[in-house]
Write a protein that binds this ligand. Structure first.
Ligand SMILES: NC(=O)c1ccc[n+]([C@@H]2O[C@H](COP(=O)([O-])OP(=O)(O)OC[C@H]3O[C@@H](n4cnc5c(N)ncnc54)[C@H](O)[C@@H]3O)[C@@H](O)[C@H]2O)c1
Length: 343
């Protein structure tokens, strides 16, 4: 008989890539538990949703009784927990929602998993739990207890959820993954990569905050799905795994914006450096992913993945066009006090 996996947040960006991977492998059935916030969208899984191994349940992960009931009925072998409020800018104005979903929601799931006899629990955390690092990279053991150096309400809530998940490792097979900055098809256009791509495709300026010299490790969603699958099967209980590529040279936000203008044949005037910058904008995130590489994980070529992702947004305007107005409504960066400068 096939094993059964409950995936939370499977209608979101990263969760949907993981659900698709599981269903394509064909070795388990999947229940996707998602409350469909602004960020959740069943269209992401339209290509696989009709299969007999897939079930969708609309549920808020912070609803204690309903989550407990669901897990005790389905009795999955594993829970893979992606669901979260995931956007830093939104956390600046509504931190309570982030603590409710990300911390309380994680606790509710862990308790319900324990009560239902679930064997394995994979918690999706983030590289942001470490905070910024100007040189070198963080190892998994560098995570400080509590919020540590995490800067935004988003990263603080994720840091607490990460601790919480690991604190259950004596009772459940808990394994944590800490991915870096993700991109790829189906990402909500509030996030920087699809925002810049969709703005450029609409002949709007690419808005680069501050001096643009912020550094991130750019992780393709399908590479991450592979990493989660590896950890689901082979990750060691009670351990965390950083998941991120190494870029040589490192990639600044401005370099991504310049690549985009090049790819679309625009001149550098399409890039606008904004007077606006994120409060406490973390300068550089860097994790050492050698632990997951020891399990055999590898990332693809980031520049080809950027190209392929750009092509996907170009070919799927019907999806993102309907989301643009809501996604843009959260930003105060365009044309702030006329101080923006062209590159
Ligand atoms: N995208 C990234 O760059 C990135 C990087 C590191 C870590 N992460 C982590 O990966 C996970 C997935 O991120 P994403 O980018 O796919 O996020 P997303 O915002 O695209 O998707 C989140 C999903 O969770 C669902 N959800 C939100 N609140 C819920 C609730 N209370 N109950 C049930 N479902 C709820 C939403 O409907 C949505 O489908 C998150 O835990 C995030 O913190 C993301």
């Amino acid at each position: 008989m096939k094993s059964h996996v409950v995936v939370t947040g499977g209608s979101g960006f990263l969760g949907s890539h993981f659900v698709r991977l599981l269903l394509k492998q064909g070795s388990c059935s999947v229940t996707n538990v998602d409350s469909l916030t602004y960020a959740g969208d069943p269209r992401r899984l339209a290509d696989v949703a009709d299969g007999k191994d897939y079930e969708f349940v609309r549920l808020d992960i912070a609803s204690e009784d309903l989550v407990r009931q669901l897990l005790s009925e389905r009795r999955p072998e594993a829970v893979v927990h992606f669901a979260a409020e995931s956007h830093v800018t939104r956390s600046e104005t509504d931190p309570d929602l982030f603590y409710r979903t990300n911390v309380k929601g994680t606790r509710v799931l862990l308790e319900a998993a324990l009560a239902a006899g679930v064997r394995r629990f994979i918690h999706v955390s983030t590289d942001e739990v470490y905070g910024s690092i100007l040189e070198g990279s963080f190892k998994e053991s560098d995570k400080q207890e509590g919020t540590g150096s995490a800067a935004s309400p988003y990263s603080k809530s994720k840091a607490l959820a990460d601790d919480l998940a690991l604190s259950y490792a004596g009772k459940l097979e808990v394994v944590v993954v800490r991915p870096t900055n993700a991109f790829g098809p189906w990402q909500y256009p509030e996030k920087v990569f699809p925002r810049w791509v969709t703005r450029a495709l609409q002949s709007q300026p690419i808005l680069v905050w501050g001096d643009g010299l912020y550094v991130r490790q750019w992780l393709h969603a399908e590479d991450f799905a592979w990493a989660v699958d590896l950890v689901l099967r082979e990750g060691v209980t009670g351990e965390a795994y950083n998941v991120g590529p190494v870029h040589e040279p490192e990639i600044t936000n401005l370099a991504v914006a310049r690549w985009l203008t090049g790819a679309l044949g625009l001149d550098n005037g399409a890039i606008r450096m904004t007077a606006y910058d994120r409060p406490d904008h973390d300068r550089r995130y860097a994790v050492d992913a050698s632990k997951i590489r020891e399990l055999g994980w590898r990332s693809g070529d980031v520049w080809s993945q950027f190209e392929e992702s750009l092509a996907w947004y170009r070919n799927n305007p019907n999806w993102w066009r309907s989301l643009i107005a809501e996604a843009e409504s959260i930003y105060a960066d365009a044309g702030a006090a006329g101080k923006d400068t062209a590159v």
